[in-house]
Each structure stands twice: as C-alpha cells, then as structure tokens.
Design a binder for this molecule. Structure first.
Ligand SMILES: Cc1cc2nc3c(=O)[nH]c(=O)nc-3n(C[C@H](O)[C@H](O)[C@H](O)COP(=O)(O)O)c2cc1C
Length: 163
C-alpha cells in the first residue's frame, strides 16, 4: 500500500494556499485534512519546492478582483507541470474572479485542471459586513467533498477517515 497523499507512482498531493485574512486558510485546512496532508502557506515556499507533485491544489482569496500577488508570483515561477493534475479553490466577498486567473497560470505551466471550488469568506474590506460567518461549517463540508472528488479523479487514495 502506498502512503496517504501519494498515488501508486509515489507522486504527492500538495495543498498550497495564500490567505490575507484567514478565510482561504480555513478552506485549505479542511481540504488538506480530507486528503490526509498538511496545508502549506505559500509564504513558506519557493516555486522550486513542488518537485514530485502529482495532484496540486491551489487556493487564494480575491483582492481587487485578482488573486494575491504572492500567489501569482509563485505560480509564474513554477517549473513545468506537464503530467500534473491541478485544482483551484478560493473564497470571495462578491465573486471568485481569482479562479480563472489561477487556472490560466497553471495551464500555462502544462498542468491539467480537474476542478474548482469556491465559497464566500467574511469580507474585511467591508469591515466584516459582507459574508459574515463564512466560510460556514457547511462550506467546509462542501470543500471536503470537493477534495474527495479531486482525489478520486486523479487516482489518489483517501485516508480512512474521509471515505
Ligand atoms: C483588500 C481586500 C480586497 C478585496 N477585494 C475583493 C474583490 O475584488 N472581490 C471580491 O469578491 N471580494 C473581495 N474581497 C473579499 C475577500 O476576497 C474575501 O473576504 C476572501 O474570503 C478573503 O480571503 P482570505 O481571508 O483568505 O484572505 C476583498 C477583501 C480584502 C481584504
């Protein structure tokens, strides 16, 4: 049996996120837990650190309708991702317009996009008036289901607790 978060070839699952106010981090933790891996803050990584990845999940909030500059820089610096399956996720106040940008950057590197997930996140740009209480427990449940679906599509086993 191969390890949790690895496929039959030993290729790893990585959950990499950026989160200015903590909402996307919550979703990243739910997704990573469902997959049996640790979520990784993009601030702690260099673009070259993704060697051996087989399933890459990338998450970000949306700021001025764009992903964070830090995530864009990270994705632009990634090595060739041909053969890698990728999925994007994110939180938003009004609309998840960061997701097409993230997908575009991953596609440019050769990754195959297999899915996306978004839910609202309390918006501190509006002083917390918009999307209060999000992501909710229900949002996180949907995020876990999304993670399981991505693992299934990419041929990765799930930890027993997520089956
Ligand atoms: C500086 C700033 C700019 C934002 N701009 C947008 C925006 O253009 N469109 C939108 O839908 N939400 C916007 N939001 C809301 C955030 O995308 C939303 O709260 C998201 O959950 C933040 O993710 P994070 O907590 O992981 O940083 C903005 C929030 C902040 C703090």
């Amino acid at each position: 049996m191969w390890g949790i978060g690895e496929n039959i070839e030993g290729m790893k699952t990585r959950v990499i996120y950026a989160s200015l106010t903590g909402n996307t981090a919550k979703v990243a933790r739910a997704i990573a837990a469902a997959l049996g891996v640790e979520p990784e803050d993009v601030r702690d990584l260099k673009s070259g650190d993704v060697a051996g990845v087989g399933l890459l999940l990338v998450g970000d909030g949306v700021y001025g309708w764009k992903p964070s500059r830090r995530m864009v820089r990270f994705l632009k610096g990634l090595p060739d991702l041909r053969g890698v399956k990728a999925a994007v996720f994110g939180t938003y106040g009004a609309r998840p317009t960061q997701l097409p940008v993230l997908k575009g950057l991953l596609t440019e590197k050769g990754a195959e996009i297999i899915g996306e997930f978004a839910c609202p996140g309390v918006d501190w740009f509006t002083l917390g008036l918009l999307r209060r209480g999000r992501p909710s427990e229900r949002d996180l449940e949907r995020a876990r289901a999304f993670a399981a679906e991505m693992a299934r599509k990419a041929g990765y086993p799930l930890p027993e607790s997520s089956r």
